[in-house]
Design a protein around this ligand. Structure first.
Ligand code: GDP
Length: 202
């Protein structure tokens, strides 16, 4: 699959403000600075579609982009940032969890994980939260170019092992680098497959 046309549709502060739920939706989420904007821009082959953040936690809205008049790409606020107050963090978190649990047309969420790090509690907790609610997700390992091939594989093996302690099945996983444009096709093909699987619902 390829992407031809991407149009920004709307930024929403909460679920009830989101566009009408009439198209399949793929969300992207991760800790701030994980490389989410870079990945979205790489997938869409645009430079500035999702703003590459200079200040962590700056994008705190649910951003809907219409892709080829067929599906929504949704850029969700980053989690785990430190530079906002506890109250603000709670509000964003509530908004995000509400969206993930309540958005009927959400067919997949890409959970971004920095491939350089050991499994982090904040990510594992988020994955657990998704799994417990059976919200479909896939894991995208980012910034693979920053490590050697073997190190990436070894970190992902550790991730698999960690998840298998709690879960019988692993989600789909993708290795990406925005700078090297790695992982674009597998992700777009996965999106195409999910669109095909869910087309009767729309
Ligand atoms: P976001 O906060 O999750 O949207 O992250 P950004 O896309 O703004 O990226 C955070 C930082 O990581 C920026 O300095 C990017 O240039 C850098 N970055 C993002 N993706 C990659 C990647 O695949 N490879 C490398 N080497 N750097 C990346």
């Amino acid at each position: 699959m390829n992407i031809h046309q991407v149009a920004f549709e709307k930024s929403s502060a909460k679920l009830s403000q989101c566009p009408e739920a009439n198209k399949p939706e793929f969300a992207f989420i991760g800790r701030s600075n994980v490389g989410k904007s870079s990945l979205i821009n790489m997938l869409c082959q645009r430079n500035k579609l999702a703003k590459i953040s200079t200040r962590p936690g700056k994008t705190q809205l649910i951003n809907h982009f219409m892709v080829d008049d067929t599906w929504y790409l949704v850029d969700l606020p980053g989690y785990g940032y430190a530079k906002v107050s506890k109250d603000q963090r709670r509000t964003f978190k509530g908004m995000m969890l509400n969206y993930l649990e309540g958005r009927s047309t959400l067919v997949n969420t890409f959970v971004l994980i920095d491939s350089r790090h050991e499994p982090q509690t904040v990510d594992l907790e988020f994955i657990r939260w998704m799994g417990e609610r059976a919200i479909p997700f896939a894991i995208v390992f980012t910034k693979a170019d920053k490590l050697g091939r073997n190190q990436v594989q070894s970190n992902i093996a550790t991730y698999r092992k960690t998840l298998l302690k709690e879960w019988e099945e692993l989600p789909p996983m993708f290795i990406t680098s925005a700078t090297e444009k790695e992982g674009r096709e597998p992700i777009l093909d996965y999106i195409a497959a999910v669109l095909e699987q869910t087309k009767q619902e729309f």
